[in-house]
Design a protein around this ligand. Structure first.
Ligand SMILES: [Zn+2]
Length: 492
């Protein structure tokens, strides 16, 4: 893949020197914003809409004021009837719709009882004029803005103001006394298939709403004792009484931030990538930074270059191991108590930067296509770092055992997300049996080599199951379809 330009390496080195000089939590000020460090990212960022967020975080009342400007252009050959934004925060308004309130998760997510979150929409303007809008009746997560017909080639500016309330919840969108998790919590354009906006509900098992790519510019105002983990490097304006941070990310599929009071931030430049680790203590931040570096370096060698200038691993209070977003992984706080758990979780979440973020797939119909592939990648990492015995032990736990579990007859690896009854069932089938499929294929096909080809061919795109099978068939030189059907569509 393309070599990263020397200029970018120099900038990273400069940032590191400055950061070291200024202390762990301060990122200097008024330097040029970081830009793409790979030609793939530069190319992917061309001709994308831009989202500009201005955020004001008020921890005392758990709110985030959001002003969003969407510089839109219809770049497809079909007219659109309206613009649609998702408001994932609104799914958290009631226990009936909150992804954190499933039977399995409720007590873990809401240890002090249910706490509502949500977003109040104040102003919506299209081309500087107030625009009528409707929120869907089911859970208010689909905001349709009546712009009138938008023909191919038409461009314009949408502006809106909203205030988000962050629930007291140990979840990807939630807060505790000192941590605020904002994983896919900001308003974001709905994904689109031609002229059809994707408006699936948000599930506790996974988030099936694959969005398009957007260039993001963000300004965040927050108290001085608060840090923010982000998928980009912040520039800090030191002139104000408040802390004002500015950041920029290219070709982003989603946005996640984690805010925390008095958090430790460790960072390091590895090649042209700046790795940031955000945790409650120096020891935890250092440990996660080490595993992030090891896994990122292993995947770069195995699956191709990490195309972004920044990768962040952030401690979060979650009822599960971790959660991946563009350029940022959240790691459950409990993972940090056992370093081998932390390493494995970071290996899995970091693999998502290739499988899920770089190459998107349909998380509703084909969850295995990123989850099982990340399990496979994490096992390859373990074999490389810890040897064959560690690999075999994990294979037994994470692939062989799930193959022996009893699962309802109408569930297969290829079942859509809403068919699974529980997280346990979903994990056994999608992660465990999916991993078994890939390990089985790996007995006769070099799956690492195939996955590298797959990343090259579908970087910054979405790959269907048919795409996966087609690249695999070409790579292997034989028809893999019967084996895939055996694992994906056959109940056992
Ligand atoms: Zn995963």
């Amino acid at each position: 893949m393309t070599k990263k330009p020397a200029r970018r390496v120099a900038l990273c080195a400069l940032v590191l020197v400055l950061v070291a000089g200024l202390g762990a939590s301060i990122l200097g000020s008024r330097r040029a914003l970081p830009h793409a460090n790979s030609s793939e990212l530069t190319a992917a960022a061309q001709n994308l809409d831009r989202l500009t967020y201005e955020l004001i975080f008020r921890p005392d009342n758990n709110t985030l004021a959001v002003t969003l400007t969407w510089d839109f252009a219809n770049r497809e050959n079909v007219p659109l009837d309206d613009l649609v934004l998702r408001f994932p925060a609104n799914a958290f308004a009631s226990a009936q719709t909150s992804p954190a309130a499933s039977e399995e998760l409720y007590d873990k997510s809401y240890p002090d009882g249910f706490s509502p979150g949500g977003a109040i929409v104040h102003d919506v303007m299209w081309q500087d004029e107030t625009a009528p809008f409707v929120l869907d009746e089911q859970d208010n997560t689909v905001l349709r803005i009546e712009t009138g017909t938008l023909d191919p080639g038409v461009s314009g500016r949408l502006y809106l103001r909203t205030v988000i309330t962050i629930p007291r919840a140990l979840y990807r969108f939630g807060s505790t006394d000192n941590l605020w998790m904002l994983g896919n919590a900001l308003p974001f354009p709905a994904g689109r298939d031609g002229a059809v906006w994707k408006t699936l509900p948000f599930y506790s098992l996974g988030d099936p709403n694959t969005y398009g790519l957007y260039n993001v510019v963000m300004t965040l105002s927050l108290p001085r004792d608060t840090n923010c983990a982000a998928p980009f490097l912040w520039q800090e304006d030191n002139k104000s009484d408040l802390k004002i941070l500015t950041g920029e990310g290219l070709a982003m599929r989603d946005i996640a931030l984690v805010l925390g009071r008095n958090m430790a931030m460790h960072q390091k430049s590895v090649g042209a990538t700046h790795i940031v680790s955000f945790a409650d203590t120096d020891d935890n931040a250092a440990a996660a930074l080490k595993y992030a570096e090891k896994s990122l370096s292993f995947y770069e060698k195995t699956y191709g270059e990490y195309p972004r200038p920044v990768y962040t691993v952030a401690m979060a209070d979650l009822p599960f191991d971790g959660m991946e977003y563009t350029g940022l992984s959240m790691l459950g706080k409990s993972q940090y108590t056992q370093k081998n758990h932390l390493e494995l979780s970071i290996a899995h979440e970091t693999a998502h930067q290739w499988f899920g973020v770089l190459v998107a797939s349909n998380q509703y119909t084909d969850a295995w296509q990123d989850e099982a592939v990340c399990e496979f990648a994490a096992l390859q990492y373990v074999r490389k770092m810890h040897g064959h015995a560690a690999f075999e032990q994990l294979k037994f736990l994470r692939a062989d055992s799930p193959m022996r579990e009893n699962i309802r007859e109408d569930i297969t690896l290829g079942s859509p997300l809403d068919r699974f009854h529980s997280m346990q069932e979903y994990a056994t089938v999608v992660y465990g049996r999916g991993l078994a499929l890939l390990l089985s294929l790996n007995e006769s096909i070099d799956m690492n080599g195939f996955l590298k080809d797959y990343c090259e061919q579908f970087a910054f795109k979405q790959a269907t199951r048919a795409d996966f099978e087609s690249v695999l068939k070409n790579y292997a030189g034989w028809d893999v379809a019967p084996l895939m059907i055996d694992y994906l569509d056959t109940a056992i």
